[in-house]
Design a protein around this ligand. Structure first.
Ligand code: NAD
Length: 417
């Protein structure tokens, strides 16, 4: 369900709209709009029954002016080169907005990971890692988890890279690793925690008391479930959640810790006791204070944006709102906390993990959480200042700040040779 809009077209439209509000040199604009490097790999994987199946994957590096490129790896049947390009470009702006010394990249394989056995998934992850090993590296391009991948997949990618390099140990080659292999405390829950911090700040700005507010969340994977957990801990009532199989609703609030246990056992939120079924479309347009899309791109469109009743949309997912919908939401006075700000907790703690990996010194969770909160609140406030100063939407405020930083660095570097 990659949505009707091509995500790369949406990413370029957002970029073009942002630069129309900036006074950049046209050659800088042409440079920032371009993708530096993209690799398509097609490779065989042996299935458990002996059949050899071919898979196609990608690694796209959009821009590396601010540092090594950074971005997740997605395993999903709808992965395409254009989707990977869009996600890579969004990573460039996200890292710049958070003042991280990273550029933007993304990778993916077109596959339904839940249809594979653990051994098949291991072979696929390792072969994909081998195929992209020429272009990744701890100082050049650092993968992380995204939809359909997790710490275990990161462990396989790290070990494959290390074995190919002669059997050394390079923990900084991936982030989102399991903690016993050099992962950071707090990384697994970082994106959801960051979504909560920015949604909390947005509620403060809108004069909404989090302890009497309601929230609906689309998607209950890493980002959706961790966001639900932290919103619940904040005292906000989570009244609806959904996953690819369907949604659930209870206007008195859903017991999120129990739901997380239930999903661990059953694999879905569907039929959680004490809730009514709700469709994904109903969830998006239901009455609530905060709507959090945390699944895939292209969910909030020109078709449903006029019917959205939330006062704030906090984008846990990347690219959940089409450019046409964005305009409608802005005109309707709905505050959108844009993806490159809202879900940047993941790459921020990935940066902490990368730093710890280089130093081989590991931080306590409290330190990670307090640095994350400081970073999220500071970038939220910088974006809000830009929004108030310029009258642009929150997305355009975030984009103009981020693009301005990459443009400045590019102009300082100049062109090689
Ligand atoms: P995940 O694979 O852990 O979870 C995805 C969830 O979306 C699952 O619950 C799945 O059932 C649900 N889903 C899929 N199709 C759906 C549909 N049609 N309707 C409703 N739900 C549907 O993935 P994730 O890591 O949680 O990523 C979710 C989003 O957050 C993606 O856009 C991703 O790029 C973004 N993101 C993830 C991270 C991270 O650290 N994992 C960081 C930043 C942004």
């Amino acid at each position: 369900m990659a949505g009707k809009t091509n995500p790369y077209k949406a990413a370029l439209a957002q970029f073009d709209a942002a630069v129309s509000h900036m006074n950049l040199d046209p050659s800088t604009v042409a440079y920032l709009r371009s993708i530096r490097r993209e690799v398509t790999v097609t490779f065989p994987v042996e299935m458990d029954d002996g059949e050899i199946r071919m898979f196609t994957g990608y690694r796209v590096q959009h821009n590396s002016v601010l540092g090594p490129t950074k971005g997740g790896v997605r395993f999903h049947p709808d992965v395409t080169l254009d989707e990977t390009r869009a996600l890579a470009m969004w990573m460039t702006w996200k890292s710049a907005l958070m003042n991280l010394p990273f550029g933007g990249a993304k990778g993916g394989v077109s596959v339904a990971p839940q249809s594979l056995s653990t051994n098949e998934l291991r072979r696929l992850s390792r072969r994909y890692a081998a195929e992209i090993s020429l272009v990744i590296g701890p100082e050049s391009d650092i993968p992380a988890p995204d939809v359909g991948t997790n710490p275990q997949v990161m462990a396989w990618i790290m070990d494959t890279y290390n074995q190919l390099k002669g059997g050394g140990h390079t923990p900084a080659i991936v982030t989102g690793k399991p903690i016993p292999l050099g992962g950071s405390k707090g990384r697994f829950e970082a994106t959801g925690m960051g979504v909560m911090f920015t949604a909390r700040e947005a509620m403060k700005f809108k004069g909404i008391d989090p302890s009497s507010a309601t929230v609906a969340i689309q998607g209950f994977g890493n980002v959706g479930s961790m966001t639900a957990r932290f919103m619940h801990e904040l005292g906000t009532k989570v009244i609806a959640v959904s996953d690819v199989y369907g949604g659930i609703h209870n206007s008195d609030g859903i017991d999120i810790p129990k739901l997380i246990d239930y999903v661990k056992q059953t694999g879905s939120v569907v039929d959680f006791p004490g809730t009514e079924p709700i469709s994904n479309e109903e969830l998006l347009t239901m009455k609530c204070d905060v709507l959090i899309p945390a699944a895939l791109e292209g969910q909030i469109t020109a078709e449903n944006a006029p019917r959205i009743q939330a006062r704030i949309i906090a984008e846990g997912a990347n690219g959940p709102t089409t450019p046409e919908a964005d305009q409608i939401l802005h005109d309707r006075g709905i505050l959108v906390v844009p993806d490159i700000l809202c879900n940047a907790g993941g790459v921020t703690v990935s940066y902490f993990e990368w730093v710890q990996g280089w130093q081989h010194i590991f931080w306590e969770r409290e330190e990670v959480v307090s640095r994350l909160e400081k970073a999220m609140v500071s970038s939220f406030n910088a974006t809000l200042e830009q929004y108030k100063r310029t009258g642009l939407s929150m997305r355009m405020a975030a984009y103009t700040l981020a693009i301005g930083r990459v443009a400045e660095a590019f102009e300082l570097l100049g062109v090689f040779p």
